[in-house]
Design a protein around this ligand. Structure first.
Ligand code: AKG
Ligand code: FE2
Length: 316
């Protein structure tokens, strides 16, 4: 949610704001470089990621190969989504939907960034249609840029901690993404996922089971969200992650991340898709629209936040 006033001085180099000229052939790496047009990319890497913390080994998938329809890469994407348990690595104007005054000069840039996010998300969804044995376009038609949906671009700033003392909260609590796909750019550490080998029940993960995700130049992290779990009746899983203060020497530095979130169009039904490889859904179960689904999730997040003692529910 965008606050109505700038909460802090906004640095001139927030990456999503300078993502111009992106084309369909753009890879995540080029996107990052483009984001660097107006500043030295190395500003994002003030201190190296420490080499003495437990990191998760993530599968690296080439977005440009997926955009070019390279079959082996699409198959690898599917394999990765299915084989790593409990982990995810991967309109119409509305009232109050406009950018706040302090950001309105950047309207076109935000719009372009949202288009880029949609191109990247659709490339991933399109690559998954075939191995899921869905009729071509099944996922794509639910995620068109022109349709009303809960898609958003989120820019997060996590304040650095110069004291090096454990603080509360340490970051963003464990959660799963209420989206179809979330594409995350970050430049210093903070994101954590449970050890891929550990079975996870609900949101309970033991402290020693969290693994860091090391940001790497040219890569975005792609999270499959809860909508994919619904569509595929859990054949593809969304998984829990959290954000902690940055590790090691990175801790004093502010951390920025940019998230492109893609959700199904508002009036589509959240139900298991029919395919020979997807376990059939329960026909007696009531399907709700994507819009209603989004509302229920926000209500649940707010009640969890209240239970944690949060009072400003616009900024959780
Ligand atoms: O900032 C990050 O690295 C992750 C943020 C996140 O998980 C989210 O916004 O859902
Ligand atoms: Fe998330």
């Amino acid at each position: 949610m965008i606050p109505s006033k700038s909460p802090t001085s906004v640095p001139p180099f927030i990456p999503a704001i300078v993502m111009t000229n992106m084309t369909v052939s753009t890879s995540a790496e080029q996107a990052l470089r483009m984001a660097g047009d107006d500043f030295d990319v190395h500003e994002f890497y003030p201190v190296p990621f420490p080499d003495d913390v437990p990191v998760a080994e993530l599968e690296k998938i080439s977005l440009s190969k997926i955009l070019n329809g390279v079959r082996s890469e699409c198959d690898r994407l599917f394999k990765t989504c299915t084989e790593i348990p409990q982990s995810e690595f991967f309109g119409t104007r509305t009232e109050g939907g406009a950018l706040p005054d302090w950001l309105s000069d950047h309207h076109d840039t935000f719009k372009e960034a949202a288009e880029c996010g949609n191109v990247m998300a659709r490339a991933i969804l399109s690559a998954l249609e075939k191995p899921l044995q869905l009729p071509p376009g099944s996922l794509l038609k639910l995620h068109r840029l022109q349709d009303d949906s809960g898609d958003f671009t989120r820019i997060l700033r996590y304040a650095g901690d110069p004291t090096n003392e454990p603080t509360r909260p340490e970051g963003f609590p464990p959660h799963k993404d209420a989206q179809t796909v979330a594409i995350l750019f970050a430049w210093i550490g903070g994101l954590q996922i449970p050890d891929p080998g550990i079975p996870v029940e609900g949101f309970a993960v033991k402290e020693e089971d969290w693994r860091w995700v090391k940001p790497e130049p040219g890569y975005a992290v792609v999270n499959l969200g809860d909508a994919m779990e619904i569509y595929t009746n859990k054949l593809l899983r969304s998984c829990i992650h959290r954000v902690f203060k940055s590790p090691g020497l990175q801790r004093p530095h502010d951390r920025y991340s940019v998230l492109f979130a893609t959700r199904p169009k508002n009036d589509s039904l959240m139900k298991v898709l029919e395919s020979p490889v997807i376990p059939p859904g329960d026909p007696t179960e009531e399907s709700i629209t994507s819009l209603e689904w989004g509302h229920r999730i926000i209500a649940a997040v707010q009640s969890r936040a209240r239970a944690r003692g949060a009072r400003d529910l616009d900024n959780i």
